[in-house]
Structure formats: C-alpha cells, structure tokens
Design a binder for this molecule. Structure first.
Ligand code: GSH
Length: 197
C-alpha cells in the first residue's frame, strides 16, 4: 500500500499517524511538492485535484485524508477502529467533517499563511479558529477522546492541525482540555510525531 506523502502536510500526517497507531504498514512515497510533482502526470492521473495525500492499495486509489482514514480503519483496523453500527460511525464522521471544515479553514489555514506564505485572509482564519477551539475544548472537558470513549480516527483527523496551531500564531494555552488531549495522544502506543507536533 503506497501513501503519496508530504512530510510537512498535516493532511498526510493524519494518515501516517493512524497507520502507526493501528500498526498498518504503508510504503511512504515522498512527493516533490515544491517542484509541483502533485500537479502533473502521473500523480494527476491518481488525483485530478492535484492534492496530497493519495493512497494506492492495489487497484484502489483514494484521495482526501478523511476518506483514506475511513478506508484504512474499515479495511485493516478491525472493530476497535471502525465500528459496524451506523450511529457509532456517524459519531466518528462528524469529527472527520470538523477536520475538513472548521479545522482546515481555521488553524490549518492560519499555518498556511504564517509558515508557507499562502495568500489567505489571516484574520478570517483566526476568527474561525477562535470559534472551533473553544467548542473542542468544551467537548474534551467531559471526555478523554473525541468519539466513542476511545481513540478513533476522529482523534487522528483533528489532532494534526490543532497540535500545529502555534505554527499559525494560535496559542493553545487558553485551552487546557485540548492540551491534555494532545498529551494523551502523544502517549498512545505507536504514536508518531511530525515536525511541529
Ligand atoms: N481535503 C483534502 C485536502 C488535501 C490538501 O489540500 N492537501 C494539500 C497538502 S496539505 C495539497 O496537496 N495542496 C495542493 C497545493 O497546495 O498545491 C484532504 O483532507 O486530504
């Protein structure tokens, strides 16, 4: 199974982190992102969006980190990582959507501005972060994990860009429950870091 990967991408890291925690073997294929390798063939043949990560498992090709997490958890993770019941799956998926929406357009986009110079409205990213981080902190006041009372791909999807928020100029000290959750994730067996976490 191949993961077309960029080390500094939190979206790629979501997949590397989950594979490490669930002991799923991945062949990491580093992509020359600065050289635009993901924007031309053969990679655009795998993902016409021109984005990473991309997972190739035999004949199956998948884009989008959230979709890849669902695929890996459901195919290789067993019931511990992907429950059979739709209402439990939905409890996880609501956090995958949060990762792709509020977290992506808040803390992740603030980091794109500060660390990589993207032309995104920084004030807008900070406003979005200022809405989602208190909600996340309040959710974690009552529980150790985002969904199902155990680590799931919900935590793997949300963790990277929240832990990397300081790289976008967003301090996490006002959010003690988030800080405790970050430390909890770092203590999980198999935990894998990325630069900045
Ligand atoms: N929804 C996608 C977003 C993927 C994405 O935007 N990836 C970035 C790297 S983190 C990318 O490849 N961007 C293309 C570019 O900026 O040229 C996911 O969750 O995987």
């Amino acid at each position: 199974m191949k993961l077309y990967d960029l080390e500094l991408s939190g979206n790629c890291y979501k997949v590397r982190l989950f594979a490490a925690l669930a002991n799923i073997k991945l062949e990491i294929v580093p992509v020359d992102f600065l050289g635009g390798e993901h924007k031309r063939p053969p990679l655009t043949g795998l993902n016409p969006w021109g984005e990473l990560p991309i997972l190739v498992d035999g004949e199956r090709v998948l884009r989008d980190s959230q979709a890849i997490l669902v695929y890996l958890a459901g195919t290789y993770g067993g019931a511990a990582w992907w429950p059979a019941e739709a209402h439990l799956q939905a409890e996880i998926v609501q956090w995958l959507s949060t990762a792709a929406n509020e977290i992506q357009h808040g803390p992740a986009s603030a980091r794109l501005v500060d660390k990589f110079g993207y032309a995104i409205d920084k004030a807008g990213t900070l406003a979005k972060a200022a809405r989602i981080l208190p909600l996340l902190d309040a959710h974690l006041a009552e529980r150790d994990w985002l969904a199902l009372s155990r680590p799931t791909i919900a935590d793997c999807a949300v963790f990277p860009y929240v832990a990397l928020a300081p790289e976008g100029g967003i301090e996490l000290t006002p959010y003690p429950n988030i800080l405790r959750w970050i430390e909890r994730i770092k203590r999980l067996p198999g935990y894998l870091a990325m630069p900045g976490t």
